[in-house]
Design a binder for this molecule. Structure first.
Ligand code: ACO
Length: 383
């Protein structure tokens, strides 16, 4: 290999473009969406307000917010043919595989599917943001043999999610928690799924294809799948008294990873994890079952005090305490990653629109390390 070649394995620190969507300051543990601190948005903003911010680079007026809320709610209905198809899927399917397949099918019924003009992309972004929420709420019902519930036009997305999941009037504390989770998870710079969504867009493929790529990428346990894996780990630990022996056996002696800890960019406490830790504790205490929060928190404290984790600057990431929030809300563990996907829709679609507006085909390179100029060997002569 020539000496000048620098391989950016894992694309670490490779800057692919400019973006106005979010600033991830990994050294200081800060996250800003289009100018606004994540802590303020999680505290005060409706998810749709953040959607507007990402799509328009400014906060909406109350009329603009109501118009977007109504547009998303009206477009959230999933075509009957797609819902019928989802009802045929094997009940034991991975929910992320269900979502990936269903998003792909949505394209077949979308009037704007192959139109990537700014107007069509904006319409699709609103529709798909609602439809992915509807699909996420529908699958846990469908696999139990229950009928999916249609979205209500007077609800915001967090309300609609809880309503479509349980078919009951959504409870305000649960809605607030889902809304804050969605706000915190919706955008995060050039993470793997967003990058892949932009790469798909860069070929001038359509928005549905880009979202299918992004959903498939988020599915991995090193990315969005970590919230599910973190909860499985807390359940395996089972009791607060087991935390220290588990840490010793599985991590210190076994060399295993703690899921929901560590991040490619954050070398300080993930600001989303700080907000979610607070939410998780309040929700868990209010539910009368603080055990899972206590297990998560004692494990995090052991890691935060451990030389190995300190040296490598490993802190809880967004997936760690969000697992406790979602579990306390009664969500099934394998549904955590689809909830991440439905929340990320505003960010993904914003990036797709940004990429479309100023596109260049993405085409990185690799250093070839194979043989060259081998003599051809006829099939009959190969051993
Ligand atoms: N537990 C124990 N050790 C860890 C952990 C962890 N969770 N994460 C990283 N390390 C160690 C690695 O073994 C490595 O050690 P070494 O230097 O002795 O080889 C060192 O810390 C650096 O880790 P890398 O995996 O090289 O760092 P990278 O930037 O590639 O990884 C990642 C980031 C993939 C998130 C990693 O921390 C991890 O696997 N965490 C668990 C999975 C997870 O929580 N993913 C969600 C990320 S957030 C998101 O996508 C929404």
């Amino acid at each position: 290999m020539s000496e000048e070649v620098v391989i950016h394995k894992g694309l670490d620190n490779v800057i692919i473009d400019e973006s106005r969507l979010s600033l991830v300051n990994g050294a200081e543990g800060k996250l800003i969406y289009a100018g606004y601190k994540i802590e303020d948005l999680a505290e005060h903003a409706l998810y749709e307000e953040v959607v507007y911010l990402l799509w328009n680079n400014r906060l909406p007026t109350s009329t603009e917010l109501e118009s977007l809320r109504a547009e998303i709610a009206a477009g959230a209905e999933v075509p009957a043919s797609v819902m019928a198809m989802v009802q045929q899927f094997p009940k034991e399917s991975d929910p992320m595989a269900v979502l990936r397949t269903a998003v792909s099918a949505l394209a077949l019924y979308d009037p704007d599917a192959n139109d990537s003009s700014p107007e069509a992309n904006r319409r699709k972004a609103a529709r798909m943001t609602g439809q992915v929420t509807t699909l996420t709420a529908a699958w846990p019902r469908i696999r139990k043999g229950l009928a999916p519930v249609a979205p209500r036009k007077d609800f915001n997305l967090a309300q609609n999610f809880m309503y479509m999941l349980n078919e009951t009037e959504p409870e305000v504390n649960a809605v607030n928690a889902v809304n804050a989770f969605m706000v915190l998870l919706t955008e995060h710079g050039m993470n793997a799924s967003t990058f892949v969504g932009r790469a798909t867009t860069s070929t001038k493929s359509d928005m549905h294809s880009a979202i299918v790529s992004a959903v498939g990428t988020l599915k991995g346990p090193l990315h969005g799948g970590a919230n599910t894996e973190a909860m499985r780990m807390f359940l395996e630990i089972g009791e607060v008294a087991n935390v220290a022996p588990w840490f010793d056996q599985k991590v210190k002696k076994g060399g295993g990873k703690i899921m929901g800890i560590g991040h490619r960019v954050y070398k300080a406490y993930d600001p989303r994890a700080a907000v979610l830790r607070d939410r998780a504790e309040k929700l868990a205490r209010a539910s009368g079952n603080g055990k899972w929060f206590d297990i998560a928190d004692s494990l995090a404290n052991l890691a935060l005090a451990d030389e190995y984790f300190i040296e490598r600057k490993l802190y809880p990431n967004v997936d760690y305490y969000s697992a406790i929030v979602l579990y306390t809300l009664g969500l099934e563990v394998d549904m955590f990653t689809p909830l991440f996907a439905m929340s990320r829709m505003a960010g993904w679609t914003a990036h797709i629109m940004e990429q479309t507006a100023n596109n260049r085909l993405m085409r990185p390179d690799v250093v070839y390390t194979g043989a060259v100029d081998l003599p051809w060997v006829a099939l009959a002569d190969r051993k």
